[in-house]
Write a new protein. Structure first.
Length: 277
């Protein structure tokens, strides 16, 4: 009984510690967003400013910036197009690999996963040259192509999920006169909703938080994304760290909303997303 109680206490302590580690940067950023420039210098980053010195001017400055709307628009376009093609290519490719046998299948699968293991910086020079040759440098299409082509994580997720769907379901549909196109669009794809929700969350967070690719491939001011927009406030000489903190909090909101929206699909579909033999 005592051992069980100690075990439960240790589990609770570990859980609380993990939550604190995850939430601490967010809380400290929120504290900073409510401070003036003077308070940022004179007070501890761990301290919330006194009630009479709390200011929302940092949020006002970010929200009234024209570049914020540009960042939301460009990020939204990149996000929407990238997710559509990632889901489309990921589901079709995973279904073909899992359901059909063809010559060279093992080699193709091996190359797919080899691509996941190669660090992106190894191929960066070649990728940059390809984007330039395609005439897409400094266009919104550059990051879209990169996000669709360079990340194969969705293929792994969809393959794992499709492997849990009974092949008998395919056979029954084909016997009833359903085509492969109809089988995929009417039966398989809807069953992949939980996997699609997971892919969308992971990819969306990755794209929204990415600064490197937009900064490298879209240096034009009119092509700024949310992350490159924040760089205005991070300048070492003229930076405004409290305004940067406010911008980070504002930009976090779409990510949180996206997660809350898709969460119910994941929780509801994990058990019902596949038909077991």
């Amino acid at each position: 009984m005592v051992k069980r109680t100690l075990s439960q206490i240790m589990k609770q302590i570990i859980c609380i510690a993990m939550v604190a580690i995850v939430l601490a940067p967010i809380v400290l950023t929120f504290f900073a967003s409510l401070k003036t420039k003077t308070d940022m210098i004179n007070t501890s980053p761990l301290a919330l400013p006194s009630f009479d010195r709390i200011t929302f001017d940092n949020y006002k400055e970010v929200l009234t910036s024209k570049q914020l709307l540009t960042g939301f628009k460009n990020t939204g376009i990149i996000l929407a197009v990238s997710l559509v093609f990632n889901v489309l290519f990921g589901t079709i490719t995973a279904y073909i690999i899992e359901r059909f046998n063809f010559r060279g299948k093992k080699i193709i699968v091996g190359l797919f996963f080899l691509g996941m293991l190669i660090p992106t910086f190894v191929t960066e020079i070649a990728r940059f040259q390809v984007i330039q040759k395609l005439g897409m440098y400094n266009t919104i299409g550059a990051p879209i192509i990169i996000y669709v082509a360079s990340d194969l994580m969705q293929l792994y997720i969809y393959r794992q999920f499709i492997s849990g769907i009974s092949v008998a379901l395919d056979e029954a549909a084909l016997l009833d006169g359903c085509s492969y196109f109809g089988l995929f669009t009417r039966i398989i794809f809807p069953l992949l909703a939980p996997a699609t929700a997971t892919v969308c969350i992971i990819k969306a967070i990755s794209i929204i938080n990415d600064m490197y690719i937009p900064y490298l491939y879209m240096p034009k001011n009119k092509l700024r994304t949310l992350t490159t927009f924040l760089m205005d406030y991070a300048n070492a000489q003229q930076g405004s760290w409290q305004t940067l903190a406010a911008g980070i909090i504002i930009i976090m909101i779409p990510t949180v909303i996206l997660y809350l929206f898709f969460q119910k699909y994941i929780l509801a579909g994990v058990a019902a997303g596949a038909v077991k033999e």
